[in-house]
Ligand binder design. Structure first.
Ligand SMILES: Nc1nc2c(ncn2[C@@H]2O[C@H](COP(=O)(O)OP(=O)(O)OP(=O)(O)O)[C@@H](O)[C@H]2O)c(=O)[nH]1
Length: 245
């Protein structure tokens, strides 16, 4: 009698090899605020290391990424530089707010109007179900324009305290502030890294491996998170969730 007839199945090697490959955690950070406050320049400064000579109004969204090594873990920050102008936002808005891990609100310290718009941008986030447990920070940009400052630090600080967000004042333009821009995003990265919400390290399994976890695409950050918490709690053999962002 053959093995199969005895009830034993021979399993092809491809399905048994646990090809586990550690992947970088990717954190999606949206950068929002009025047009012209310097969102493109800040993200460019952090990801590219320089201040762009010339920028044009962002249409829809631009992406910039930077890999970081934090405490021996490679992570990637994916910055979504969003359009400040309403007419360039319309078609993309749904995409901005999907599976966001952190929000950076930017205003221009020389334009009171851009600071006064912050409640509008906060409301936008709330409307799209970005809960307050997602790290949010406020950046007052263009501090190099010292003689044109219109938004006083104390007022900005009071606003941020009220909304429970840290405030950073900096300049994407001023070369001496380069380290500061870096520090702002790296601080955020540390915060994200320490929050083990949905972004457990993911593993790549061979196709057909029964241990391969489900991959879900969902529109809601909240439901993604609760799914992931449930799945990692109930699936002993799947060491991390494989949510796709
Ligand atoms: N002085 C000074 N100018 C800056 C700074 N950051 C940006 N700018 C200038 O501000 C203008 C707008 O910068 P962007 O980065 O394109 O602004 P944005 O917020 O991305 O604008 P949208 O794409 O329309 O939403 C450009 O002329 C930049 O050169 C800064 O730190 N200091």
């Amino acid at each position: 009698m053959g093995d199969a007839a005895k009830g034993e199945m021979s399993v092809p090697a491809a399905t048994t090899s646990v090809h586990v490959e550690r992947q970088k955690r990717i954190f999606k950070i949206i950068v929002i605020g009025d047009s012209n406050v310097g969102k493109t320049c800040l993200t460019f400064r952090f990801c590219g290391g320089t201040f762009p000579e010339k920028t044009e109004a962002t249409i829809g969204v631009d992406f910039r990424e930077r890999a970081l090594d934090l405490d021996n873990e490679q992570i990637k920050l994916q910055l979504w530089d969003t359009a400040g102008q309403e007419r360039f936002r319309k078609s993309m808005v749904q995409h901005y707010y999907r599976n966001v891990h952190a929000v950076v609100f930017v205003y221009d310290v020389t334009k009171m109007g851009s600071f006064e718009s912050l409640p509008h941008w906060i409301y936008e986030c709330d409307k799209h179900n970005l809960t307050t447990d997602i790290p949010r920070i406020v950046v007052g940009n263009k501090c190099d324009c010292r003689d044109k400052v219109a938004v006083n630090t104390q007022i900005a600080q009071r606003f941020c305290d009220l909304h429970n967000m840290p405030l950073f004042e900096t300049s994407a333009k001023d070369d001496s502030e380069f380290d500061h821009v870096d520090a702002i995003f790296i601080t955020l990265a540390h915060k994200l890294k320490s929050q083990k919400l949905m972004m457990q390290p993911t593993y790549r399994y061979s196709a057909g491996d029964p241990r391969r976890p489900y991959v879900v695409r969902t529109k809601s950050t909240e439901s993604t998170r609760s799914f992931c918490q449930q799945s990692s709690a109930s699936t002993e053999e799947a060491p991390g969730c494989a949510c796709v962002i």
